[in-house]
Design a protein around this ligand. Structure first.
Ligand code: HEM
Ligand code: HEM
Length: 235
């Protein structure tokens, strides 16, 4: 069942495809890895937040705009455009049921990721820039995820799984679109690999979330940040 993705095969679609892997996909994996420092407790997690908060503001903003916000905005908005134009072939075509479901799921997760990231970025980066880093420290995450009957823990688990599926299944799409996998056998092999990756990346994100619920820490958020290794000199 080798597939050839030829529809809308032009420059911006290629740029869209590339930005999904670099830098956005790369950013997500390193982001979840750094967040999994939560498993090592409040001090280690807060040190990561402190590292970024301690960077010169113009360097941090420049990196955020160039490496995260612009590529993500482009990929997300163009992705919605692609989704709007997509032929939903989940029913009544000669493609296999599984391929159709995965094609649809790539687009559905794109929309879920879009909504999740609007909420996530507003409540983390934007909130921290307006109200200070204490709103994204370990204890703030612990309170947030364990409050309201663990509702936000559930929302985050779904959000992380959607992002993970979108990236990992997207890697399979990417390999076909860029001609890296042409034959049936190689496409099947990369598909298996992408599904294993999906499980691993999802577990990484979920473990990061559970890390906020397992650590103790009576240490107040602001004090934790100030006593972190990177901000100690500026405190
Ligand atoms: C385990 C779940 C997650 C946690 C605990 C978490 C935590 C955070 C924190 C603390 C920030 C504030 C800035 C920073 O320290 O980097 C942030 C920002 C951000 N997160 Fe997450 N995040 C999670 C999942 C995700 C996922 C799955 C994505 C998908 C790509 C994502 C994308 C972003 C983006 C785009 C920003 C804004 C980055 C910036 O402007 O610096 N996050 N997140
Ligand atoms: C912000 C909301 C997002 C939307 C609406 C969106 C939408 C889409 C759509 C519709 C596709 C399929 C393109 C096609 O097959 O022609 C796609 C592909 C892809 N997306 Fe996203 N996406 C979003 C966020 C992300 C994020 C955060 C990542 C990485 C963590 C990502 C990584 C990818 C990858 C790797 C592909 C495969 C590229 C290809 O088809 O060649 N996307 N996205």
């Amino acid at each position: 069942m080798s597939l050839a993705i030829s529809k809308e095969n032009f420059f911006w679609h290629k740029v869209h495809s590339l930005t999904g892997i670099v830098p956005v996909g790369f950013y997500m994996v390193q982001h979840l890895t750094l967040n999994s420092f939560s498993l090592a407790g409040p001090e280690k997690f807060n040190a990561v937040i402190g590292f970024f908060a301690g960077m010169p503001k113009h360097v941090l903003l420049g990196m955020e705009v160039v490496l995260i916000w612009l590529p993500l905005l482009f990929h997300g908005v163009y992705g919605l455009f692609i989704t709007g134009r997509a032929q939903n072939n989940a029913f009544g075509t000669t493609y296999g049921w599984t391929e159709n479901k995965l094609y649809t799921l790539q687009r559905v997760t794109g929309i879920v990721v879009f909504l999740f990231l609007i909420y996530h970025v507003l409540t983390t980066t934007v909130n921290a820039k307006l109200n200070g880093e204490q709103v994204i420290l370990y204890s703030a995450w612990r309170d947030k995820l364990s409050g309201t009957g663990y509702l936000l823990l559930f929302v985050y688990m779904i959000g992380v799984a959607a992002c993970s599926f979108h990236l990992c299944h997207g890697t399979w799409n990417f390999c076909i679109r860029w001609g890296l996998t042409i034959g049936d056998a190689s496409q099947r092999a990369v598909h298996r690999f992408s599904m294993v990756l999906f499980v691993l990346v999802t577990l990484l994100g979920w473990l990061a979330l559970f890390g906020f619920l397992t650590g103790g820490g009576a240490e107040g958020p602001v004090q934790a940040l100030r006593s972190g290794p990177f901000l100690a000199s500026t405190a």
